[in-house]
Design a protein around this ligand. Structure first.
Ligand code: LLP
Length: 418
């Protein structure tokens, strides 16, 4: 459920017409809905309230400071994958004791920063990384709390680029090698083993991969506890899908219903790392139609948002609904909706049936709140686009539009070229 709906022919973001926001703030424009973000986060809180838990929002989905502040104020923790994300999480007021840190390539500086910040735990992805964390913690005279990220060899039945829990993937430690690695970890002086972590992929639209991987992980948890490892946290990652097209993915309550009974009497704090299911349908991308062009056998609608602003269609052939900001009754056409970037792969939709659009009219790319702005770039020297948050009738910038001078602000000309 989200708060981007038509009232009459006019699409609204909560109580504000999208057209009005596009006029005021310009396009391309990301618009986030406060109420939708809160609703999605609350759905997790409510679903898991009977089990000790921490909901660690995955910053990579959308790390805008206002989004993070909203979640922090409502009790969210953070799942981070870089020093930059740690900086953002702390800045937004997310308490360090609710921060978990994953990623296969943590650098020594990043490890030091996380240790200094006293995060809850590192989700460690290899033996080498474990040793580096031990070394760094030793130098700082600290003990590093860790979980090992276990790869349960489960097919998440999602797009291959966003599936992570199989043997062939770079992530985590194979489940067969788990015990050996836990032994190594507990033998290290500056490491405190406190948890088990898994994350099997993203945009998962059925419950079975969650249930199957949970069962496998619990066998391991029991074995570890029998061997006297002090496992207190079970981090089951993120990955719950959202409706982009006609999918009907499970909701947090379905997750809880299927997963909590498996935990039985085990005394564990559950950690969840949702990203997309919180932010995805809480954001839209508004773009203006620039030109219409008849191509060889098809039409093109050329808009002012490009693959640099939303790369999901180009990168994953992802589907996003594209709707007019103001509905019309014109004849439907089939068109490629493309951006201004100099690449044939620069499209938001291909062969899409859409009511005729005129130049100057706004189109709305739905479900763009997650992995939209956070994956954007300045390719073709396009300044970063603005982000707005709407709350009821209130709206305001949560990131100003970039300017040309922002594009070069970190560059230097070497002396010999002056
Ligand atoms: N935890 C870990 C360790 C992760 O790697 C991820 C996502 C999440 C949590 C959050 O997963 P979510 O709940 O959002 O599915 N750029 C791709 C998605 C990449 C996901 C990477 N990891 C896309 O646009 O579809």
């Amino acid at each position: 459920m989200h708060f981007f709906n038509y009232k009459g022919n006019e699409m609204y973001a909560e109580d504000v017409p999208v057209r009005l926001l596009a006029k005021k703030y310009g396009t391309p424009l990301y618009i986030y809905s406060y109420k939708t973000l809160l609703r999605h986060f609350t759905a997790y809180k409510d679903a898991f309230k009977n089990c000790p838990n921490i909901i660690c929002y995955a910053l990579k989905a959308n790390s805008n400071g206002a989004v993070l502040r909203l979640l922090a104020k409502n009790g969210s923790g953070a799942d981070i994958v870089s020093g930059g994300e740690l900086f953002r999480a702390l800045r937004a007021g997310i308490p360090p004791e609710k921060i978990v840190y994953a990623g296969v390539g943590k650098t020594t500086e990043e490890i030091r920063y996380a240790l200094k910040s006293r995060i809850l735990m590192f989700n460690v992805e290899s033996k080498d990384e474990l040793r580096e964390i031990d070394r760094t913690a030793g130098k700082m005279r600290l003990k590093a709390p860790i979980a090992l990220r276990i790869n349960p060899d489960i097919n998440a039945l999602t797009h291959p680029y966003i599936s992570t829990g199989m043997k062939k993937h770079k992530f985590g430690i194979a489940i067969e090698d788990a015990i050996e690695n836990y032994r190594i970890a507990s033998g290290l002086k500056n490491i405190a083993v406190i948890g088990v972590h898994k994350h099997i992929g993203s945009q998962i639209t059925s419950i079975s991969p969650f249930v199957d991987s949970m069962k496998r992980i619990l066998v391991l948890v029991d074995e570890l506890q029998r061997l006297d490892f002090n496992i207190r946290y079970l981090d089951i990652g993120g990955g719950l899908g959202i409706p982009y097209h006609d999918e009907t993915p499970p909701v947090p309550a379905d997750m809880a219903k299927n997963i909590l009974p498996l935990l039985k009497e085990r005394k564990l704090t559950l950690i969840l790392e949702p990203g997309r299911s919180i932010a995805g349908n809480a954001g839209i991308l508004v773009t203006k139609t620039l030109y219409l062009k008849k191509g060889e056998g098809k039409d093109f609608i050329i808009v002012d948002a490009g693959m640099n602003d939303l790369m999901r269609p180009s990168l994953y052939s992802a589907y996003h609904h594209i709707l007019p900001a103001v509905r019309n009754r014109r004849r439907k056409i089939t068109a490629d909706i493309v951006g201004p970037i100099c690449e044939s792969g620069d499209f938001l939709a291909r062969e899409r049936q859409i009511h005729g659009v005129k130049s100057g009219e706004y189109l709305v790319v739905m479900s763009a709140g997650a992995y939209g702005m956070s994956m954007s770039s300045n390719y073709n020297s396009r300044p970063g686009i603005a982000e707005v948050m709407v709350n009821g009738r209130t709206h305001g910038l949560v990131r100003r539009r970039g300017e040309y001078k922002d594009l070069v602000k970190d560059e230097e000309i070497p002396g010999y070229l002056r």
